[in-house]
Design a protein around this ligand. Structure first.
Ligand SMILES: [Zn+2]
Length: 377
């Protein structure tokens, strides 16, 4: 038995969209998406061909997530199979729960990252064979986005996801230039969402961003039980758009939260809760009054809704009997000059202070599956 005294204890935070290779430059750049990919992302991902770089970066990535209070994450890796193995090994050693996959790229991608269709599928198959279902690790089929995939690659990836019962994760309608490029590249599909549907990738998929969708697309996502991943810090950092959580709610679509490191400039999901609430205010300022978001809604997005996105709502995202012992301990005195007084000390006020102030400092301990995996001291 461990007595955490008066500390705040929350369910472990769930990050449903994060890129392992991007931590190295989190907080840098900030160009619009397609330019940012070419200038920051692709050159850095190419470095993961070097195994020792990939190994170090993977270790730092998982310790950084655990230190931020993240106990489960849906992670994009790099195309390199060896770097993929090293990432799974590092995740296993860290003790985190991880759903991870190599991004699929066989067209419209820089030479260093572009694979043949056969290569992309074969290395994905080997990673699934080695890692899917091992301990707390799962493979997630990861078409980077439709622009980087041929129709054949997407079709076969969808079949593999069904065959191995893997989740699918991808990006959808993050940026208007991206949406226009998709319309050019896939004239036979009625819209961006239909591109994934037409290639068998939409069922229960984790769909990051979803900022520029029409009502027909929302209806299609709902029909296929897709889950939208809201990445508020990233959406502003890359000037991608303003997410409308109220619209998702009224369309009956599940959504969860993602840090989208590196565009999300850091792995803290406490920070993303704050960003989600502030984004909702921006949305309300522009007339979507129903968008306002309470602290408890932001917390649900970073816990229960994340668990549901991962198909784990019976096991993760709450401190309840029968659930996995994934939880974090917050030392809010670290960010509260008035700790010990009686001023503003309800649990909600204490949590909100952590969320709005220097939240990374407040994470004192992170437990996954009943085991201590990070401790500040
Ligand atoms: Zn992303």
């Amino acid at each position: 038995v461990h007595d955490w005294g008066d500390a705040l204890i929350l369910p472990g935070l769930i990050d449903t969209h994060v890129h392992l290779p991007q931590l190295a430059y989190a907080g840098l750049g900030g160009q619009p998406l397609l330019q940012w990919l070419n200038e920051m992302t692709f050159p850095t991902e190419a470095r993961f061909a070097d195994a020792s770089f990939a190994e170090r970066a993977s270790e730092r990535f998982f310790s950084s997530l655990l230190a931020a209070g993240t106990t489960s994450a849906a992670v994009y890796l790099t195309v390199f199979e060896q770097a993929g193995d090293l990432a799974f090994q590092a995740a296993a050693a860290s003790g985190i729960r991880a759903w991870m996959g190599k991004p699929l790229m066989d067209i419209r991608s820089p030479e260093a990252l572009c694979e043949s269709t056969a290569e992309a599928l074969a290395s994905m198959q080997r990673l699934i064979d080695r890692w899917h279902g091992v301990g707390l690790l799962r493979y997630v089929v990861t078409p980077r986005f439709a622009l980087s995939c041929t129709p054949e690659l997407m079709r076969q990836a969808g079949e593999m996801a069904r065959h191995h019962q893997c989740l699918v994760q991808t990006h959808l309608a993050e940026n208007l230039d991206e949406v226009a490029a998709i319309a050019d590249a896939f004239p036979q599909s009625e819209h961006y969402t239909a591109v994934y549907r037409d290639h068998g990738l939409l069922d229960k998929a984790l769909l990051a961003h979803c900022l520029h969708l029409d009502d027909a697309e929302l209806g299609m996502i709902k029909h296929h039980h897709g889950c939208v991943v809201h990445c508020p810090a990233s959406n502003r950092f890359l000037q991608s758009g303003v997410f409308d959580a109220a619209r998702m709610r009224s369309a009956g679509i599940d959504w969860s939260l993602g840090s989208d490191v590196g565009a999300g400039y850091g792995p803290s999901m406490l920070k993303e809760m704050r960003e989600a609430m502030e984004t909702a205010k921006t949305s309300a300022l522009f007339g979507r009054e129903s968008s306002r978001m309470e602290l408890r809604q932001a917390l649900a997005a970073a816990t229960r809704q994340g668990a549901r996105a991962l198909g784990m709502e019976q096991e993760l995202g709450a401190l309840e009997k029968g659930f996995q012992a994934d939880f974090i301990v917050l030392d809010d005195a670290a960010v509260n000059e008035f700790a010990g007084s009686r001023l503003f000390q309800s649990p909600q006020e204490r949590l909100q202070r952590v969320v709005y102030r220097e939240n990374a400092r407040a994470v004192q301990a992170t437990w996954v599956a009943g085991r201590l995996r990070y401790s500040r001291h």
